[in-house]
Design a protein around this ligand. Structure first.
Ligand code: FMN
Length: 197
């Protein structure tokens, strides 16, 4: 049996990064990361994803909206949050201010739960977002899947999105000390897997 290869290491070491330090992401790396996004599998190769790279003035507008938005720690994630910091909102806004870019991931085929191919398109778009997270990490950048509605709303206020906005992925250099407010532990494999013979 082979030793764990580099790709598995990337998967095993990826973590959600919410604190960033100053520093740019060169254009070449942005392209490599987005190309990883388009290599995701999708239902019937429908490629339902669209990526919006938000930088510069548009990102400043997004951050300004976030600053004024009513943001409390995501309630749906409460079970997985170790200690909810009172400064969660500040941390979020600071992170968005520091990163050079955020990628908004759109699903262009609208979600209809009764329609399997529409549901399939959502899954393909989610797979593309995961590819982006892994590619960013493999190149030494930090990112996090942000699905919290006020964040999505702030993005939708600054750019036009006709489909469904699935998530927002800030991409930048990870801060040296990460605040571990969210639980990163995993249930053991034995708890989530059943074997059949
Ligand atoms: C669908 C989805 C929505 C998420 N939304 C948020 C979010 O709004 N804010 C946040 O800080 N993290 C969010 N996360 C990241 C999770 O909190 C994180 O993946 C989880 O705690 C496990 O930690 P790890 O990614 O470091 O392994 C989201 C992840 C997923 C898959």
């Amino acid at each position: 049996m082979k030793n764990q290869n580099t790709f598995l290491e990337v998967i095993m070491t990826r973590r959600s990064i919410r604190d960033f330090r100053e520093g740019n992401v060169p254009e070449e790396d942005v392209e490599r990361i987005l190309k990883a996004g388009i290599m995701a599998p999708s239902s019937g190769n429908s490629q339902p994803w669209r990526f919006h790279v938000i930088r510069g003035r548009t990102k400043d507008q997004f951050v300004n909206i976030l600053k004024n938005a009513k943001i409390s720690p995501p309630s749906e994630a409460e079970e997985t949050v170790k200690t909810i910091p009172p400064s969660w909102r500040r941390l979020l806004v600071k992170g968005m201010e520091t990163v050079p870019l955020v990628v908004a991931v759109e699903n262009v085929i609208s979600i209809n739960r009764d329609n399997i191919s529409s549901a399939g398109s959502l899954l393909g778009t989610a797979a593309s977002a995961e590819n982006i997270l892994l590619a960013a990490h493999s190149l030494g950048y930090g990112s996090v899947w942000l699905g919290y509605p006020p964040i999505l709303q702030a993005v939708k206020a600054v750019i036009e999105i006709s489909g469904d906005l699935i998530c927002v992925l800030p991409i930048g250099l990870p801060a040296n000390n990460q605040n571990e407010y969210f639980n990163r532990s995993r249930r053991p494999v034995t708890e989530v897997v059943k074997y059949y013979t």
